[in-house]
Design a protein around this ligand. Structure first.
Ligand code: UT7
Length: 332
């Protein structure tokens, strides 16, 4: 192991499928209304893959876009980390399938399962490889095909999720002042039952019974998750800021996991953030699980809401329960 060196995010690449599922279409599928979905979640539409398109396909597109925007040659990628709860299959890992699709035979990689915190957790793992001097070009991908595990007969969950992928490049920082600063994560496994896909694993292997009982879909205790999320988004954000001698008002941009606009706005309110200090883009994408943060990063770049040197906070809460935060100075 070599000595610790500063690490930067050098670029972002994202992909969402063309097909859009609107609230109006959902009104025709389940007993819901555009008004309810908008008021309770802030979501207007989400992108959904066509049958046969998998998580690795979206990840491939995101990585190719990342390479275009950063002038990174695919062959330069040393390590691929794929955050997902909707892998193409149990095994091999989606990272292996992605490596093959990208045709980069000398790259290694693995998947990381942390639901909505998958991207932030993967970022900390990837950054550790770069910081330790073990790798200089690490690509972290958040990719989830939530439509493959959502029950389109369950109005409480089917309105929430969408499909998408986002990738970032981690490299040694060119300027140590504009680099990743810190990560702060927590797990509270006692909340596991509040958000899960019950069947298909070793506990409840797939059977006619599990299919009949619709146990291969996302099940959520919405209010329990909501309460945990709004509390922990604030607490974890305050913890990572305080231990780095920052205050909420020092942040240029909070890029939160996009699960519910009420959670994001509630968190922003508790942290006393102004409207221009946080980004909400779930109206167009819904909750894409591991992809929400890179998708929001990309939108912030497109909207010129990120500039070199900005203090950026990433914050997420998800199934597990998992809590993930990252603090950084934007590097480009
Ligand atoms: O990313 C992973 C983390 N996940 C989250 O952060 C999600 C956290 N939870 C939430 O965002 C919210 O709890 C939801 C958006 C899922 C639900 O909002 P809510 O305000 O907590 O609604 P609720 O579950 O308390 O339901 C209120 C009512 C219920 O009817 P009754 O019992 O009051 O008659 C539900 O049956 O709304 C009903 N309802 C719906 N009505 C129309 C639930 N889903 C729908 C729907 N359309 N799609």
């Amino acid at each position: 192991m070599k000595s610790v060196r500063p690490v930067q995010i050098s670029g972002v690449g994202c992909y969402v499928p063309d097909r859009i599922l609107t609230n109006q279409e959902l009104e025709r599928m389940v007993d819901t209304s555009d008004e309810w979905i908008l008021q309770r979640t802030g979501i207007s539409e989400r992108h959904i893959v066509d049958r046969g398109t998998a998580t690795s396909d979206m990840a491939e597109q995101a990585v190719r876009k990342l390479c275009n925007s950063t002038q990174l040659a695919l062959s330069e990628i040393e390590l691929l980390i794929v955050a997902t709860v909707t892998p193409d299959m149990f095994f091999p890992a989606t990272a292996c399938l992605l490596q093959d699709k990208l045709g980069i035979s000398r790259t290694w990689g693995f998947d990381l399962s942390a639901a909505c915190c998958g991207f932030v957790y993967s970022l900390s793992v990837g950054a550790a490889f770069v910081a330790a001097g073990l790798h200089s070009k690490v690509v972290v991908v958040g990719s989830d095909t939530m439509s493959s595990i959502v029950d389109y007969q369950d109005r409480a969950t089917c309105v929430l999720f969408g499909d998408g992928a986002g990738a970032v490049l981690l490299e040694p920082a060119k300027d140590e002042n504009n680099a990743l600063i810190d990560f702060y994560h927590e797990v509270d496994g006692s909340g596991g039952a509040d958000l899960q896909m019950p069947a298909g694993g070793s506990l409840l292997p797939s059977s006619c019974e599990t299919v009949k009982n619709r146990l291969h879909y996302v099940k959520q205790e919405g209010q329990a998750v909501f309460k945990f999320a709004i509390r922990k988004m604030e607490e974890a954000s305050r913890t990572i800021l305080a231990r780095n001698q920052f205050r909420p008002q020092d942040i240029q941009l909070l890029i939160p996991h996009q699960a519910n606009a009420r959670i994001i706005r509630g968190t922003a309110e508790r942290l006393c953030l102004q409207e221009d200090q946080f980004i909400v883009n779930l109206d167009q994408y819904g909750n894409t699980t591991a992809a929400t943060i890179p998708l929001a990063m990309q939108d912030a770049i497109n909207l010129e809401r990120l500039k070199k040197g900005d203090l950026v906070l990433l914050a997420s809460v998800g199934a597990g329960f998992t809590v993930g935060t990252a603090l950084l100075r934007w590097a480009f």
